[in-house]
Design a protein around this ligand. Sequence first.
Ligand code: HEM
Length: 222
Amino acid sequence: MAEQTFAKPIRILHSLFALAVIAQLSVGHLMTVPEVEKLAEQHTSMHLVTPAFAHESHEAPVLNAGGSVEESLGFEVHELLGLFIAGLMVIRILLAMTSLPGANWRELFPWMFADGRKQLANELSTQMSGWMKLRLAPPEDGEAVARSVHGFILIATSIMALSGTRLYFGWSTTAPQTDAVEAIAEIHETVVVILQALLALHIGAVVLHQMQGHNILAKIKP
Ligand code: HEM
């Protein structure tokens, strides 16, 4: 099995992605979200509703002179960074249609093809016992599992970017959110949990590979 290499544009994009997504996840957890529902809650002065979701405010909302809830700096950064990541995602999807090394969508979704499924089954049967002991096979022994994780990361990031862009154009700071916007916000908040789990797996695997001397970072450094 040949070792996967990445073309220069993929390497550059990966650095931008990694920085932007990690910053976005941090901002997303720390920011205060402007929503009028929170104002109504504050006025009832009862604390029956627990803020269960990340998109709900951590601080009391402030009304500006125009009568809308003021946007925090964190929320504005989240919106702009989100649109930037959505732009990066569009470029990655376009690159997936090329035959640049490591770029094509066939590399990201091996489980969609008979030979990819065969390789996945082979890696699962020969490498799984090593994973249990935190020992990873060298990349030249096959990377269908790793590539599948990369594919799922890109699917989850695309859903975050699509739902976030829809929220950017639909989020109200003057009235309660519509049912459609609430539903999209819930998708956004559910998928972020999956994305974080995938990234933990991805970064954990990179650390283990590096510790075991596989030097896979050299393949993705711009
Ligand atoms: C400190 C953070 C990170 C490190 C050290 C890192 C490292 C790496 C390495 C070494 C590879 C090549 C793996 C191989 O041998 O096949 C890779 C690929 C990849 N990584 Fe990361 N990564 C990081 C963060 C991220 C983040 C935040 C994302 C998601 C937005 C991400 C998404 C991907 C994808 C999709 C690929 C495959 C290349 C592509 O198809 O674009 N990585 N990463």
